[in-house]
Design a protein around this ligand. Structure first.
Ligand SMILES: CC(C)(COP(=O)(O)OP(=O)(O)OC[C@H]1O[C@@H](n2cnc3c(N)ncnc32)[C@H](O)[C@@H]1OP(=O)(O)O)[C@@H](O)C(=O)NCCC(=O)NCCS
Length: 183
């Protein structure tokens, strides 16, 4: 199932579709679980979807049509992050691993200066965490109580990344947590 990332123009042709996509469904593991049209409109105007740090895309496939939305963040850093949101109709069908593989190919082939590609999710986003592992990404951090949720609980934020050389060689370089400190 070849995946295409179709560049999205949030301030022009794609503005209405982006607002509709974001405000018509829920994102249970995002900070804003039910963004409103007003909030998305404001975020677009603030450059959250396209500026020197952000680039946004529709995720398209010939087989399944438009699967969802993908955004690169922190682009002025050499280690970008991503935001991946499949349309509700396409969640839970085993499609995300292929999307993340394609996104990783996109980043490392089009951005020669990038050595690390990073992602972050909430500890209870089991589907996303399984997708990271399936795609050879490595967990590098577990920020305990780093993600307050609406009901008052303090959940963890979990950070993953993939290195350019692991992507190139098909390897998975683990974090050595108990490396000797010396001294
Ligand atoms: C998170 C998301 C990208 C995952 O994509 P997906 O295509 O729905 O995930 P999959 O169907 O491939 O499921 C991935 C794995 O998680 C498992 N899984 C899915 N939902 C699960 C759940 N609620 N509990 C436990 N396991 C679950 C699947 O069985 C699968 O396991 P496997 O790797 O052993 O086969 C997608 O659901 C989504 O866009 N959600 C809303 C936005 C979001 O949370 N994005 C992540 C922000 S970084």
């Amino acid at each position: 199932m070849p995946i295409r990332f179709t560049p999205l123009d949030p301030t022009g042709a794609d503005r209405d579709a982006l607002i509709a996509f974001m405000s018509s469904q829920s994102f249970p593991f995002h900070v804003r679980t039910h963004p409103t049209a007003t909030q998305i409109s404001q975020a677009i105007d603030d450059g959250a979807y396209a500026d020197e740090d952000h680039a946004s895309f529709w995720i398209d496939s010939d087989e399944h049509g438009r699967l969802g939305f993908f955004r690169l963040e922190d682009l002025s850093d050499d280690a970008p992050l991503f935001d991946l949101r499949l349309d509700t109709a396409h969640r839970g069908r085993g499609l995300a691993a292929e999307v993340l593989h394609a996104a990783t190919d996109h980043v490392f082939t089009t951005m020669p200066e990038v050595n690390r590609f990073e992602g972050q999710t909430r500890e209870d986003n089991v589907a996303m965490r399984r997708v990271f592992v399936r795609c050879g990404w490595v967990q590098e951090a577990y920020y305990r109580e780093g993600w307050p949720v609406d009901d008052g609980r303090l959940l963890a934020s979990v950070a993953y990344s993939i290195l350019r050389r692991d992507w190139r060689d098909g390897t998975v370089t683990p974090v050595v947590w108990d490396a000797p400190l010396g001294g």
